[in-house]
Structure formats: structure tokens, C-alpha cells
Design a protein around this ligand. Structure first.
Ligand code: FMN
Length: 142
């Protein structure tokens, strides 16, 4: 049975590309073995990630991600059973939120800034859908 988990977290320290690179490297190595797909959105201070896959695999991976000291204030925004994957093309796609057009953020939020902790999970997921459609997701590891 497939599930999709969406969470957001705050970076423990202002993160730079070496942090993203190491997280994406770990994801590329581990996720295919677990049958997990998804995307990771990041800015200097924020992470938003979607994990899709089997329920056990997604829950186990999420448990290890929560313990990771590189972020804190990890909050599940939504968890649902799904019939099919939405992010099946990505072992772990990446989105640099700094590159997202502010008008796109305004479309789904009260202001042209992303606050997944206060906004609805539906709006955050709709934004991610649009990022996929506008090819702002960079593929890593197929
Ligand atoms: C925001 C964030 C997202 C992460 N996403 C993944 C992921 O999708 N897959 C993965 O294997 N590790 C991911 N990690 C790294 C894991 O937290 C963990 O460091 C890694 O899987 C190794 O875990 P282990 O030491 O328990 O083996 C992520 C870490 C952070 C901070």
C-alpha cells in the first residue's frame, strides 16, 4: 500500500549547498532501495519534503529524518494513502525555493513568501504540483 507524507522543517543553521548536496547524495543512495520517491524543497532556513512509497518504508525513513540534527521543528503537514505516485519520476527531486517566482508563492499564500507551518497542506501540495509542471524541479538520480 502506497502513502504520501508531506512535512516541513527549519534548518538548524543557515544551510548552504554542501548540506543540500550531502542530503541529496544520501537520498540517491538509500531511496531507490526503499522504493521511495519524492521531492525536497530547500531554502537557507527551510525544508519541505514529500516522501512517497510503502507505508513501512516511508514511516521508517521519516523517523530517521526527524532525528537528523541538520534540521529541527519537523512538522508533518499531511499523511495519506494514495493510489498512485505523484513524484514517481524522482528518486529525490530538488527545488531551490530561492528560485521560485514570488508571484507563484502569492498564488497559493497570503503573502509572496512561503510559510508551510501556517498555510494549509493542500496549498503547499498545490504549489509543489505547479513546480513540477513548470519544470522547476531538478532531477537527481533519476
Ligand atoms: C531535510 C532532510 C531530508 C532528508 N531526506 C532524506 C531522504 O529522502 N532519504 C535519505 O536516505 N536520507 C534523507 N535525509 C538524511 C537522513 O536524515 C539520514 O541522515 C540518512 O538517511 C542516514 O541515516 P542513518 O544514519 O540512520 O543511516 C534527509 C535529511 C534531512 C535533514
Amino acid at each position: 500500500m502506497l502513502v504520501r507524507l508531506l512535512y516541513a522543517s527549519r534548518a538548524s543553521t543557515p544551510t548552504d549547498s554542501s548540506v543540500y548536496d550531502s542530503i541529496l547524495e544520501q537520498s540517491r543512495t538509500r531511496n531507490p532501495k526503499l522504493g521511495i520517491t519524492g521531492i525536497l524543497c530547500f531554502s537557507e532556513s527551510l525544508f519541505i519534503q514529500v516522501l512517497e512509497g510503502g507505508r513501512d518504508e516511508v514511516c521508517e525513513l521519516y523517523n530517521s529524518i526527524v532525528r537528523d540534527g541538520r534540521h529541527q521543528h519537523v512538522r508533518i503537514l499531511s499523511f495519506e494513502e494514495i493510489r498512485e505516485r505523484r513524484f514517481g519520476s524522482w528518486t529525490m527531486g530538488q527545488v531551490n525555493l530561492a528560485k521560485v517566482n514570488p508571484s507563484l508563492l502569492l498564488k497559493y499564500g497570503e503573502r509572496a513568501e512561503l510559510n508551510p507551518f501556517e498555510g494549509s497542506a493542500q496549498a503547499t501540495m498545490a504549489l509543489l504540483d505547479e513546480l513540477i509542471a513548470t519544470a522547476l524541479v531538478v532531477s537527481r538520480g533519476g
